[in-house]
Design a protein around this ligand. Structure first.
Ligand code: NDP
Length: 283
């Protein structure tokens, strides 16, 4: 039988591509599932993004991730947007559908998939720390998943207010802003706590949120976006107090699972990806 030497192609466009382990995680899944697909990790400056997207079209790529600094600017080069990407105004995953590159956002979807293993956010009251790109993606997905009330706690007013306004105008969730000054306590009626700030990310692994750990009571679900190290100060404090925890490694893995599903229709094994990332982060 004739062999096929033409692999399918996907990849990533970002700056700082050398620090992004996604290629290793995705290729571990491709290899495990015998998928003949290559993931090409590309360093692309902003003024070459258009050429990169057109190059992907010309070469028949079936999709690509894009990361910092292209998540917003890539939109003008795409042919359409999925629902949550349109609400957020940010794309991290383009998918070839009927010959068109459609922009999706798997940041928040990966988080939601991890969270749902522990709790359904429908009807829940959430406190989320942070209002940057990750918080925006997570806030929109929580709202689209039916979260009733989302309290954004952020130091800077401008970004915090922009996220609150986005949620209040484009989703049915009720959002409010608390400016983060001094030690924050989790109110008693809150059911889910999310750290979507960069506090705790390697190498600043001992950094802690300005949060009273005594206000983390048993029964709360506490989630952190930090993938490296996954056992952040917040996760450790929450575990010690009997909360259910969701770490940032799961979010990263699930983004990969969702991206591969979009590109190929195949459900890959998240454990293969998680093992690969743990091996990389331990090195
Ligand atoms: P941004 O720079 O867009 O936002 C950073 C946020 O963190 C802002 O709200 C900022 O507040 C807040 N912040 C930063 N330092 C502090 C501090 N010392 N105290 C309180 N708040 C602080 O970053 P992103 O949203 O893109 O990323 C945030 C984190 O999410 C990163 O660490 C990244 O690794 C992680 N992430 C994880 C993913 C995963 O798959 N697990 C996916 C995507 C991101 P302010 O506005 O006041 O400056």
């Amino acid at each position: 039988m004739a062999q096929n030497f033409l692999s399918k192609l996907v990849g990533s466009f970002s700056q700082g591509a050398a620090d992004n382990p996604t290629v290793a995680m995705i290729e571990a899944a491709f290899s495990h599932h015998n998928l003949d697909i290559r993931y090409i990790n590309c360093e692309v400056p902003p003024d070459r993004l258009r050429d990169a997207v057109n190059g992907a079209r010309a070469m028949g790529w079936i999709g690509f991730n894009c990361s910092i600094p292209h998540k917003v600017s890539v939109i003008e080069h795409l042919d359409g947007l999925g629902e949550s990407a349109a609400v957020m105004g940010a794309v991290n995953c383009a998918v070839l559908r009927d010959g068109k590159f459609i922009g999706e956002n798997t940041d928040g979807k990966g988080f939601l998939q991890s969270l749902r293993e522990v709790v359904d956010p429908g009807g829940k009251t959430v406190v989320m720390f942070g209002a940057g790109g990750a918080a925006r993606a997570i806030g929109v997905e929580l709202a689209l998943a039916g979260a009733a009330r989302i309290i954004i706690v952020n130091r800077g007013k401008e970004r915090g207010q922009a996220l609150v306004d986005l949620l209040n105008t484009k989703t049915s969730a009720k959002a409010e802003l608390v400016i983060w000054q001094g030690m924050c306590k989790i109110p008693k009626d809150v059911e889910i706590v999310v750290n979507a700030t960069s506090v705790g990310l390697y190498p600043d692994v001992d950094a802690r949120l300005d949060l009273d750990p005594e206000s983390l009571r048993a029964g709360l679900v506490v989630a952190d976006v930090i993938p490296n190290p996954p056992r952040t100060w917040l996760i450790r404090q929450a575990e010690d107090r009997g909360c259910d925890v969701v770490d940032g490694l799961g979010m990263l893995v699930n983004q990969g699972v969702i991206g591969v599903k979009y590109w190929t229709g195949v459900d890959v094994d998240p454990l293969v990806m998680r093992d690969k990332l743990e091996e990389i982060f331990a090195a």
